[in-house]
Design a protein around this ligand. Structure first.
Ligand code: NAD
Ligand code: MG
Length: 401
């Protein structure tokens, strides 16, 4: 059997390491083309060495010499920076994992699709900011995008053999995050360390904090809208503390198909890796009798204002998803750095979105990579002005629009 050529962007992260874990268990079936990482040069080099990667790319040009040194004696080429990432994503591969965190995943994802590779998409930020551009690029080049986010993999699996036209609604679930049971008044004082502990999933720091604020689910509502071309009012969110039902698809005959599984990302990654086949995967099997109870409830909009912001971004349309994502990424960084409080994040994103909505010239611009990059920068600048206390209304996005 000819090994399948695979590349992993964001290989050193949580999704990347889980992907390599699956590939390691089925070593002969794969040939690794490119691996990418950020500051964790030792991990990147060790993986590149172990899997005999053609090229290893660090996102940080300042770390190129370190990477070269760490790769001494191996046949792996070292590269660094955004252009090197795009070049590596252009190298012929059958399957590419997009697992960079944040908008930085967009350009390598587009490059992979433009070369006809199948893109396994964990990087939800690119779909939120540029869904139609990704979809159209895939279509133009005969490439395929497979969902890796657990909820979207669940919906995708429930839809196999079904006609999307018969779908009445899709329900994605949320654990409720670290602060589900905290008194509302305590949220403003929550620390990044407290927000970065997830009740059920083991993930990267940023997505874990986004789970506590529900910005993760906000992005996932838009991801569902873009991925499955479903109207916003057909997409619902339920809080489900056990994280065992990942999503439900409701059809027009009233039937609902629920997808269940242990909270282990190797399931969704493995499904995308072997699709359309189902293979044996090393994930825990559910013992429902031991679980006993599954709970579901409607998310409280006061506790989770991020969900309403996703609806607002979809109502505004155009490039509003890029505004939401850019402002959110910037606010999240500021929270991690201790510059703002936990509940300030949603307030900042709301104000930025509102400012762009008042003068919609920018969000109604064509969906090109240039325009997305520009509006992403503007949304971050607007968020920063709010954080610095200057006020977005006085000198922010509105005036520039
Ligand atoms: P992580 O923080 O563990 O890893 C992120 C990876 O991206 C690392 O390899 C890092 O080096 C790289 N990276 C960070 N900034 C970069 C930049 N500016 N340029 C290039 N590379 C950069 O994150 P993660 O939890 O693995 O999440 C990765 C993506 O998958 C995110 O989009 C996240 O929303 C999505 N996702 C993750 C999970 C999960 O279980 N972890 C589940 C669903 C979706
Ligand atoms: Mg998810």
């Amino acid at each position: 059997m000819v090994p399948r050529r695979v590349s992993i962007f964001g290989a050193t992260g949580s999704i990347g390491q889980n992907t390599l874990d699956l590939i390691r268990r089925d070593r002969e079936a794969f040939r690794v083309v490119a691996l990418s990482g950020g500051q964790n040069i030792a991990q990147l080099a060790a993986d590149a060495h172990e899997f005999g990667a053609e090229v290893a790319v660090t996102a940080d040009p300042a770390r190129l010499d370190d990477l070269r040194a760490a790769l001494t004696g191996s046949s792996t080429e070292a590269a660094a920076g955004a252009e090197a990432l795009a070049e590596a994503a252009s190298r012929p591969a059958d399957w590419i994992m997009s697992a960079i965190v944040g908008i930085a995943g967009l350009v390598p994802g587009l490059a992979a699709l433009a070369h006809g590779s199948t893109l396994a998409l964990a990087n939800k930020e690119s779909l939120v900011a540029a869904g139609p551009l990704l979809m159209e690029t895939a279509q133009r080049h005969g490439a395929r995008i497979l969902p890796v986010d657990s909820e979207h993999s669940a919906v995708f699996q429930a839809l196999q053999g079904e006609d999307i036209g018969t779908v009445e609604r899709v329900v994605i679930t949320a654990s409720g995050g670290a602060f589900r049971d905290w008194p509302l008044a305590a949220l403003a004082r929550a620390t990044p360390e407290q927000a970065a502990t997830h009740p059920n999933w083991n993930m990267g720091q940023r997505i874990t904090i986004d789970s506590a604020s529900m910005f993760n689910k906000a992005l996932e509502i838009i991801e569902t809208h873009e991925f499955f071309a479903l109207a916003p009012d057909r997409i619902e969110v339920l809080v489900h503390p056990q994280s065992l039902v990942h999503a439900l698809v409701g059809f027009r005959d009233g039937a609902m198909m629920a997808h269940m599984g242990a909270p282990d990302m190797r399931h969704a990654i493995g499904y995308a890796l072997y699709w359309p086949e189902r293979r044996m995967l090393p994930v825990a099997r559910l013992d429902l009798a031991a679980v006993g109870t599954l709970e579901f409830s409607t998310p409280d909009p006061e506790r989770y204002p991020a969900l309403g912001l996703a609806r607002e971004a979809m109502r505004l349309g155009g490039l509003a998803g890029a505004v939401l994502n850019g402002a959110k990424e910037h606010a999240l960084t500021a929270f991690i750095e201790g510059r703002i409080g936990f509940t300030d994040m949603a307030g900042i994103v709301a104000e930025v979105l509102e400012a762009f909505g008042r003068t919609p010239g920018h969000i109604n611009a064509a969906m090109t990579l240039d325009n997305i990059t520009t509006i992403d920068r503007m949304a971050r600048d607007a968020a920063e002005r709010l954080i610095a206390g200057a006020g977005v209304g006085r000198q922010g996005a509105g005036r520039q629009g």
